[in-house]
Design a protein around this ligand. Structure first.
Ligand code: SF4
Length: 493
């Protein structure tokens, strides 16, 4: 729970002095790799088994969060919830789904920055009483959540989780209105940060997206009903049809009256560009574009920016496969699979013993020496964050017999941390914040290293640069970050 006053005050002090480095240091140690935080889904569909459909949609969104999964449903009279730690397929069985009756459902996959088994943070969270009962799940990061938390505590709200989703929910409940749209509007005017949120009451499904549109959210139709999801791939898997994206600043209510849209003013549009590079599945659509060809274009532009005399090209599976293919096509070189990924390695609650831990990256990738022996390889990857994994991948490929390894990265160097829902690392942990490209090349042990330029990245995505957040490359945040300490206080308490 949010109880550590000393740490909270330390962060508030850091923020008050706007000392960026102190704020970043206050974040403490975070996990090594780039992780999205959460996938959300919602459905309003009388006559359908909405819990089962939500299960399959969450299954399709598993890549967005593997820590815990939950579903809440309503049959018009009562709200029911089931959730647990683990993967979607580990959490739910026929018995659990059978208890989740009704015609409205929301679901949530969580990636936790705290990492440990914190059951209290499983979402959706059920809040309120009587006619005010609701369930809520969120993808994003509220940067002024500690400030709002204090205010809500003073008003008598008791928090049982350490998520900012509960802050959003209680803020909605605290609004001076009984109309849910007015309550959400009240909350949105006070929230700073990234949020794509699903919420259900006894008789309606509500969804809303922050005015910058940092995290994705789309609307679809299914058998006379409607669905919403973080990514369109979830719609495909349950036979729903994509209608459109939910706009930044938009609130949608889905009820027996159909879909009603209410809008708050859009701020600067700032969709996270890492959705295109890494997070989203390549079969999802965003801004009307399929992700897959934008990734092949990243590879093609990398090939133009950093050509090299090599025998073959490979992508580090799975996220860099499309970019690897794009590089190979542009360079007119053969594409090969030099590494096989164990796709089911995922998250496990079984702790590896030391011998298994020492295997490190081998647990995830197995090289194919027949493809690599004596070859001068171009190896395309999506990003280098802390630089802890890439040297191991390079070493694995070299030990399998590659003669030369030319690393090509689909993004510019990551120099600044993310404050909008992506669990990356603190600034001092980001290798590109304190090493030059040549120093990074030496550190990872590659024969050459090339990062795609920001121009090359934006050309690949083929949308105006001011549609995106690119802050982890440029340090230019679309939302003020001095408020970030609020979030850090929540996460570390
Ligand atoms: S800082 Fe980077 S990872 Fe975070 S939202 Fe912006 S582009 Fe995405």
């Amino acid at each position: 729970m949010i109880q550590d006053t000393d740490r909270l005050i330390a962060r508030l002090t850091a923020a008050a002095t706007k000392d960026y480095n102190k704020i970043v240091e206050a974040a403490g140690e975070k996990v090594a790799n780039l992780h999205e935080e959460c996938g959300v889904f919602g459905i309003y569909c009388p006559g359908e088994d909405v819990a089962r459909l939500t299960f399959f949609a969450l299954f399709a969104l598993q890549h967005r969060g593997q820590e815990s999964a939950g579903i809440a449903t309503s049959d018009g009279k009562k709200i029911q919830f089931y959730g647990d730690m683990g993967l979607v397929s580990q959490v739910f069985d026929e018995n659990a789904l059978g208890q989740l009756t009704g015609h409205i459902a929301i679901g949530h996959n969580r990636y936790s920055t705290t990492g440990s088994s914190r059951r209290m943070n499983i979402q959706p969270i059920v809040l309120g009483t009587g006619a005010d009962t609701m369930a809520i799940g969120n993808n994003g990061n509220i940067v002024n959540s500690a400030h709002l938390y204090r205010e809500l505590c003073e008003q008598g709200y008791n928090f049982r989780s350490s998520t900012d989703t509960e802050v959003v929910g209680d803020l909605i409940l605290s609004a001076p209105s009984t109309d849910w749209i007015e309550r959400i509007r009240y909350a949105m005017r006070r929230l700073q940060g990234a949020y794509s949120t699903v919420m259900l009451t006894k008789d309606a499904l509500y969804v809303f997206r922050d005015p910058w549109g940092v995290r994705p959210l789309c609307l679809g139709s299914l058998n006379g009903g409607f669905v919403v999801a973080s990514e369109s791939c979830a719609l495909d898997h349950i036979g729903a049809k994509l209608i459109r994206e939910i706009d930044p600043g938009e609130i949608i209510r889905i009820s027996q009256n159909g879909v009603e849209s209410f809008r708050e003013p859009i701020r600067k549009r700032a969709l996270c560009i890492f959705e295109y590079i890494y997070f989203a599945r390549p079969d999802s659509y965003m801004n009307g574009q399929l992700i897959y060809p934008t990734r092949t274009a990243m590879g093609a532009n990398l090939s133009k920016e950093y050509p090299v005399d090599a025998d073959a090209v490979m992508g580090v599976p799975d996220t860099a496969t499309a970019a690897g293919i794009g590089y190979a096509q542009e360079a007119n070189k053969p594409y090969c699979e030099g590494l096989l990924k164990n796709r089911y390695v995922g998250r496990t609650f079984i702790a590896p013993d030391q011998r298994i831990r020492d295997l490190g990256v081998k647990l995830k990738f197995n090289p194919l020496p027949q493809m690599l022996k004596g070859q001068r390889m171009v190896v395309v990857d999506d990003s280098i964050v802390r630089g802890t994994t890439t040297p191991k991948v390079v070493d694995l490929i070299r030990r399998a017999g590659a003669k030369e390894i030319h690393m090509r990265i689909c993004a510019p160097p990551i120099k600044y941390p993310c404050f909008f829902g992506v669990d990356m690392a603190t600034r001092k942990e980001l290798i590109a914040s304190h090493k030059s490209v040549e120093e990074i090349r030496q550190f990872i042990g590659a024969d050459s290293l090339g990062y795609l330029s920001l121009d090359g990245l934006l050309k690949s995505v083929n949308l105006p640069g001011d549609s995106f957040c690119t802050a982890c490359f440029t340090g230019e945040y679309p939302i003020p970050v001095q408020l970030e300490m609020d979030k850090l206080a929540l996460e570390n308490s």
